[in-house]
Write a protein that binds this ligand. Structure first.
Ligand SMILES: *[C@@H]1O[C@H](CO)[C@@H](O)[C@H](O)[C@H]1NC(C)=O
Ligand SMILES: *[C@@H]1O[C@H](CO)[C@@H](O)[C@H](O)[C@H]1NC(C)=O
Ligand SMILES: *[C@@H]1O[C@H](CO)[C@@H](O)[C@H](O)[C@H]1NC(C)=O
Ligand SMILES: *[C@@H]1O[C@H](CO)[C@@H](O)[C@H](O)[C@H]1NC(C)=O
Ligand SMILES: *[C@@H]1O[C@H](CO)[C@@H](O)[C@H](O)[C@H]1NC(C)=O
Length: 412
């Protein structure tokens, strides 16, 4: 564990230099994300969920925000993907104010358990109280990340708060049961303005895992296509950029964000629509994001070649068929945090391939448990880097041999 003790020693010697991130925005240059000095920035981090029905970043009934961010820091990571539900912003518009966390927890967990979890959160995080709202907790997470030198990538995970994702959950596609497009735009305008005071927030994921809205076959048949993807995503990018021109804007793809295949080559998206980086006045703010959970992969060469055709080929600067050279970040992938799964083809392949491509990544998931997931309170997350009580690693082996080497290969 030379890596971790090395970090500790440096932190002791130069506390003010460690982990500092600039307050200046990031942008892109070709296939790279770059800081304001032109240095390459590769994201290497983890997902921190907050879009389930409590609409709060998870884990605070067990640990302080400072402790949890410190655990990421111990891994050498430099980013969190922090997820939120548009419903949180809808509530602000409907009530004229955000909901206090105590109310939100009682709504999600019932009077007895909600009150208990609220009290546990305040015991660990005494800066919070009766009047603390959900968004203030997001702000506290982003502020602590800034203090510890961790970037925040803010992700709109769902519209109606819930576990994500299925094709029939009503959150799947523009115009689906709960996916009101004007509320989505409104929510993003609100957040784009709001995060101006949070210098850790450098980038946003406009929408997580778009997918066929199979609860509404008419909508699926008439609207689930790349042409409508373009219209909706570009409209959102334009309006966010108008409100806050600092943010990097991540475009996710179709089929649960497993494919962006027509984008790097600027292929016809249907109805003579083409995604061309050169059409955007803010071309240096555009990033692509993909997810992959192909855990049954049997060879790294086939997994990596399919990732390239799924959209990672936007990183290929020497391929003349690539019209849109862009950074691509794998914002979700993950596996059971036990003592063996990290050795299998899927995990070992991504551990080597993503750093070798200098592609950023965020593993699913930091959380050891959830306030509530899919109706089950205190749900144990076997894919969590952290254990149930967010106090230590779930599998020290998976961390030491699976995660830390990947961070070092990306950032070292
Ligand atoms: C970014 O990384 C690439 C590949 O390692 C390198 O060619 C380029 O010079 C780097 N840019 C800077 C500013 O370090
Ligand atoms: C919460 O807000 C109410 C109303 O503004 C105020 O009376 C109360 O003192 C506040 N409670 C705390 C703990 O700040
Ligand atoms: C979307 O929500 C707005 C309220 O913000 C409402 O006026 C509108 O009718 C909704 N649109 C659809 C298609 O349900
Ligand atoms: C094709 O695009 C035109 C112009 O933007 C639009 O009016 C028409 O509805 C689109 N057709 C389809 C099938 O999407
Ligand atoms: C409330 O919490 C207790 C203790 O953790 C748990 O046993 C119970 O199932 C919870 N109630 C509900 C409705 O989940």
């Amino acid at each position: 564990m030379q890596f971790r003790s090395g970090i500790g020693l440096l932190a002791l010697t130069f506390p003010s230099l460690i982990g500092a991130i600039s307050s200046s925005p990031l942008s892109t240059s070709g296939r790279w994300i770059v800081d304001s000095d032109g240095n390459n920035v590769t994201y290497a981090g983890a997902n921190w969920p907050g879009a389930e029905v409590a609409m709060l970043p998870e884990g605070l009934q067990y640990q302080s925000i400072e402790y949890i961010v410190g655990k990421l820091k111990d891994l050498g990571m430099n980013v969190i993907r922090l997820t939120f539900a548009i419903e949180m912003i809808d509530d602000i518009y409907e009530n004229g104010a955000d909901v206090p966390i105590k109310t939100s927890l009682i709504n999600a967990l019932g009077e007895t358990n909600g009150t208990k979890i609220y009290e546990d959160i305040v015991a660990n995080n005494p800066q919070f109280g009766e009047n603390t709202t959900r968004l203030e907790v997001y702000d506290a997470v982003a502020t602590e990340c800034y203090n510890q030198g961790i970037y925040v990538h803010l992700d709109n995970h769902v519209s109606k708060a819930s576990w994500c994702c299925s094709t029939t959950d009503g959150n799947a596609w523009f115009g689906d049961t709960y996916f009101n497009v004007s509320n989505w735009h409104r929510g993003w305008r609100y957040m784009a303005e709001h995060v101006k005071s949070l210098p850790a927030v450098k980038s946003i994921g406009m929408r997580n895992e778009l997918r066929s809205p199979d609860d509404d076959t008419t909508l699926a048949d008439t609207s689930y296509n790349w042409d409508n993807w373009y219209t909706n995503m570009v409209e959102n990018a334009n309006q966010v950029h108008e409100v806050n021109s600092d943010l990097l804007l991540f475009f996710s793809g179709l089929d649960y964000d497993t494919t962006l295949s027509p984008i790097p080559t600027a292929s016809n998206l249907g109805n003579s629509t083409y995604f061309k980086k050169s059409d955007f006045s803010f071309a240096d703010k555009i990033v692509l994001e993909l997810h992959n959970y192909d855990s049954s992969a049997t060879s790294c060469s086939s997994l990596s070649s399919s990732l390239l055709t799924d959209g990672f080929d936007a990183l290929e600067t020497d391929d003349s068929s690539i019209v849109n050279v862009l950074p691509v970040v794998m914002t979700e992938f993950g596996y059971e945090q036990d003592d063996t799964t990290y050795t299998e083809v899927y995990a070992s392949c991504l551990r080597e391939w993503l750093p070798s491509e200098h592609a950023g990544w965020m593993i699913w998931v930091l959380s050891g448990s959830y306030y509530i997931r899919q109706g089950i309170q205190d749900y144990d997350e076997t894919w969590g880097l952290l254990d149930h009580t967010w106090s230590d690693w779930r599998s020290t082996e998976a961390i030491e041999n699976g995660i830390i080497p990947m961070v070092e290969a990306s950032l070292g």
